[in-house]
Design a protein around this ligand. Structure first.
Ligand code: NDP
Length: 291
């Protein structure tokens, strides 16, 4: 079977073009969108992600504010910063780069972000709204996955989607999104994890397989059926190379569509963050009757 590559970079570029006039409209009304990015410690991967997000802001004309704290920073200090960002009218979106150092209880920081500035979509309020089908901000990576499927015209309705991974930032919210009674959803969803017995029995039944388990090459060609659509969320550094969670060489020949790593879901995560930030700014200024 010949497969088609799902080009996340190209779709992300399309999304930036759609956002550009919205940002311009905000700026010309004196309402420049602003994103605050909070980074704690010196995790090299986190630094790259933060830089990519700042570059995307620059490209679109969104102001970015970086707050970089040492690894040993106390929770109280981070909470104090979040409170001040919640109150800052120049900041419309707040992003705390994960992972946080082990001594910081993630929830204490993430739950402090005002839900209307929670552009990562991790606040329980936003996750709850997603669950009941009334979303405000969708988590960026799962939203990026859904957007890729929609923009490639891959029908999800009635399909069996199998997700490998049940994290709060990818697997679980994606399952919630795709099971909704809504456009781009209406799927039958199976979620697998490390306690799943016989993973390949499930992956073989997938029409659409999304892999987000953080384990390089966890899904191989013998674990999928012919014609499957494969979305590889994984980003793993193996030596000098970035690889996904799917063994591309053996899976691609059986797939109808497949995302590459890099260049698949990664650019979409950043694009959806920009979309959420623009939306947050529009809501902020609309609420104040500024434009
Ligand atoms: P987590 O480590 O938080 O979660 C991994 C999940 O996968 C867990 O639910 C775990 O199960 C499950 N899992 C791990 N190994 C296996 C296995 N062999 N078989 C079945 N299930 C397994 O990871 P994240 O969700 O944060 O990230 C997943 C991957 O996606 C990573 O490679 C990460 O770098 C990447 N990522 C990429 C993004 C992008 O923009 N492209 C954004 C976010 C993440 P259990 O719950 O039982 O432990």
């Amino acid at each position: 079977m010949s497969f088609q590559i799902i080009d996340g970079k190209a779709v992300a570029a399309e999304i930036y073009e759609e956002l550009r006039p919205r940002v311009l409209r905000l700026i010309t009304s004196g309402c420049q969108p602003g994103l605050a990015v909070v980074l704690v410690g010196n995790n090299p991967a986190s630094q790259v992600y933060v830089r990519n997000k700042e570059k995307a802001c620059e490209k679109l004309g969104i102001r970015s504010f970086r707050y970089h704290f040492p690894e040993t920073t106390e929770v109280a200090k981070l909470v104090e910063l979040i409170d001040s960002l919640n109150a800052n009218p120049e900041v419309h979106g707040i992003l705390v780069q994960l992972p946080l150092p082990p001594h910081v209880e993630e929830r204490e920081v993430l739950y402090r972000i005002a839900p209307e500035k929670d552009v990562d979509g991790f606040h329980p309020c936003n996750l709850g709204r997603l669950m009941i089908g009334d979303p405000l901000f969708l988590p960026c990576t799962p939203w990026g996955v859904q957007e890729l499927l929609v923009r490639y015209g891959i029908e999800v309705e009635g399909k069996h989607v199998v997700i490998v991974g049940r994290s709060n930032i990818v697997g679980k919210p994606l399952a919630m999104m795709l099971v909704q009674k809504a456009k781009g959803a209406n799927a039958t969803v199976t979620v697998c994890h490390t306690r799943t017995i016989d993973l390949s029995e499930h992956t073989k039944r997938a029409d659409i397989l999304v892999v987000a388990c953080g384990s390089p090459g966890a899904v191989t060609g013998d674990m999928v059926k012919e014609g499957v659509v494969v979305i590889d969320v994984g980003i793993n550094r193996v030596g000098e190379k970035l690889v996904g969670d799917v063994d591309f060489e053996s899976v691609a020949p059986k797939a109808s569509y497949i995302t590459p790593v890099p260049g698949g879901v990664g650019p979409m995560t950043v694009a959806m963050l920009m979309a959420n930030t623009v939306k947050a700014a529009e809501r902020f200024f609309e609420a104040r009757g500024r434009w």
